[in-house]
Design a binder for this molecule. Sequence first.
Ligand SMILES: [Zn+2]
Length: 275
Amino acid sequence: MSKKSKVITGIIIAVLALLFAGGYLYYTGALKKFFPKKAFALEEYQTGEMTEIEPEEYVPDLILVNKEYTIDAKYDSGIVFYRNTDVLMNSRIVDAYGEMSDYVNENLEDKLYVSSTYRSYEDQGRVLEEEGEEVAALPGQSEHQTGLAVDVYVMYHAGMAFIQSPVGKYLNEHCQDFGFIVRYPEGHKDVTGFDYEPWHLRYVGHPHAEIIMDNDITLEEYLGSMTPGKWYSYGDYVIGLCSEDDIMIPSELADKDLLYSRDNRGNVVVWGKII
Ligand SMILES: [Zn+2]
């Protein structure tokens, strides 16, 4: 081989090796940290005249509970028994959880079990004593106290093994269809404070669950992406963030069915379908 063709062969091999290595890194997701994704932002909704509102009732859907935003022992979680079981959950999620569980029965031919839903402030203290601070939240820092979170499993696949099961895989991709999110997704410990928990599903309702899951963000990032006083649109929905003591909604939405949820950061999220 001439010197020139040796050089050309060398270059071709180097380029192929780079493409192969790049492809492998891309496939494994290792390149992600070198190309940080753009900060998540909802499309803004232009507001005109505003009307002050005093909501008659609140839903709990978007309450943020973590190490920074805590709830006290008196937090009222509206706990009921799920169907004819002794499983306690927030009355708000009974239908949504039921739909998810029925879906698993009918389409994935498996049975979804709950290992933990509601835990009182006192229960959380006991869990902490048993499991230690590495894995268990401090009382007041666990969203299990809201009754909006469920730890689920299927037979032979509990805990981390849940994600190895067809049901675990399905729900980690599609739980938003039922209004739930994977609350502690893989690779977001810096934001949530928790390692990946494929079994811990948290109800946030529609369209928030779709927004969070489809954009691979956390509840913290979702709420953090909104500014008090600003309004946003997503599909058929309009979503606004208001300061708790100044709830002003666009006047054209005054006759729509709107939902109101406190976010535990001093704000209220307001949303509804406008189309
Ligand atoms: Zn949990």
